[in-house]
Design a protein around this ligand. Structure first.
Ligand code: FEO
Length: 394
């Protein structure tokens, strides 16, 4: 496929990874893209590369637009290997001595990844680089989401090359927001929930700082998914909303089950929440991927966790999910714990301990039922759901 000219003299020379389904533990049901950008000017400039296995594809795409050896500058906005993995191959092709611009941490991290003595040019936050008729401005975005991360802003065309920020793991025929419309937003939300949620306070501060700089954006070009050109403010506003983590009147029941008893409890708890008019989604861990559950958690007020007791502990899928959720640091949640058991019955207390460690306010005393819930047990579960529903409504 010929690279698309996204603005006059600026091409997306990246690649589509149609078949990836697991991106370091994140379910990429529709694949993803690794976007990279070539700017034709007096100094031909390449912004970012792609995953190592797509290096030849990237070089082929570049070759359709310009002789790779004529590239004068390379910019690495981010060291993670989905964007830098092709650098050794690209540098070898275009010339190992070509200046490679990155943040100070970028230089350190690229060196640790590739052990090459490239011609690094570490840039400061706000530093500018003329490439001929155009000027690039580098904006440090440390910890969004790696210590090396930065944005590159093209002043004349007002284009922000935003690395991972504002991206989506989506592979499709569309290149821009105007061709896909609202359908891209669930992918952007999932990406935020699973990759950026823990940096919410930093993201709000970054957006505030960029706003103070008075930069305007005609286009935002992330390194994954579609590019925002019809309405770049839409994704910025979505990031403000998601980073604020203001919960909706919504509950997620995340659980697993051995012999369906914890499952019965989950469904009865859900009915209690429904009676209170709460939007609730019970999500069984062996049926739902953890990254889809986190997308629901992002804007839910309540996370209700359930596990049977197995060998005096939690069911392994539940432990896995709790570890994942804890790392993403969700804010402003209430929670509750439940589970069935046979004889020792530790699971509900262990769950509640984990929720408390995540600073969730406990909305109802933990609920545990031995073996199979009977009618009275099911009524107890529904009442538990109603109690949490009332707490959600405040
Ligand atoms: Fe798409 Fe942080 O890499």
């Amino acid at each position: 496929m010929k690279p698309i000219e996204i603005a006059k003299g600026i091409y997306d020379v990246g690649v589509i990874d149609w078949n990836i389904r697991d991106f370091h533990g994140y379910s990429t049901n529709l694949g993803t893209t690794y976007n990279a950008f070539l700017i034709l000017d007096e100094k031909i400039t390449l912004i970012d590369t792609v995953k190592k296995e797509f290096a030849d594809h990237l070089i082929d795409n570049i070759s359709q637009i310009a002789d790779p050896e004529k590239i004068a500058y390379i910019i690495s906005n981010h060291t993670e290997m989905d964007h830098s993995g092709s650098l050794p191959r690209v540098m070898h092709r275009i010339g190992e001595d070509k200046p490679l611009f990155c943040s100070k941490m970028g230089q350190k991290n690229l060196s640790r990844h590739y052990s090459r003595k490239w011609n690094y040019r570490a840039v400061e936050n706000g530093e500018e680089l003329s490439i001929g008729t155009r000027t690039l401005k580098f904006l440090e975005t440390r910890m969004i989401h790696w210590p090396d991360s930065m944005f590159t802003y093209l002043r004349e065309e007002k284009i922000l090359f935003s690395s991972d920020a504002f991206g989506q793991h989506y592979a499709g025929p569309e290149k821009f927001d105007d061709s896909i419309g609202e359908a891209i937003m669930p992918h952007a939300k999932k990406y935020f929930a699973n990759i950026l949620m823990l940096y919410s306070p930093l993201i709000l501060r970054l957006i505030e700082n960029v706003t103070k700089l008075g930069l305007e954006f005609n286009m935002i070009c992330p390194d994954h998914g579609i590019l925002w050109r019809r309405d770049p403010a839409k994704i910025i506003n979505a990031y403000i909303q998601w980073s604020s983590q203001k919960p909706e009147k919504k509950a997620v029941i995340v659980y697993d089950t051995m012999w369906h008893s914890t499952e019965k409890m989950a469904e009865s708890i859900a009915s209690g929440l429904c009676e209170e008019g709460i939007h609730v989604r019970p999500m069984k861990l062996r049926e739902w991927h953890r990254s889809d559950i986190m997308t629901e958690v992002l804007d839910a007020k309540a996370v209700i966790a359930g596990s049977p007791t197995l060998n005096n502990g939690l069911y392994p899928t539940v432990s896995d999910f709790l570890t994942y959720m804890k790392g993403l640091k969700p804010l402003n949640k209430i929670g509750a714990a439940f589970g069935s058991y046979g004889w020792s019955g530790e699971s509900a207390q262990l769950l509640q301990n984990e929720l408390e460690a995540m600073k969730f306010d406990i909305a109802a005393p933990l609920l545990k039922i031995q073996y199979v819930p009977d009618k009275a047990g099911m009524d107890q579960c529904a009442a538990f759901g109603r109690t949490i529903g009332k707490a959600i409504k405040g």
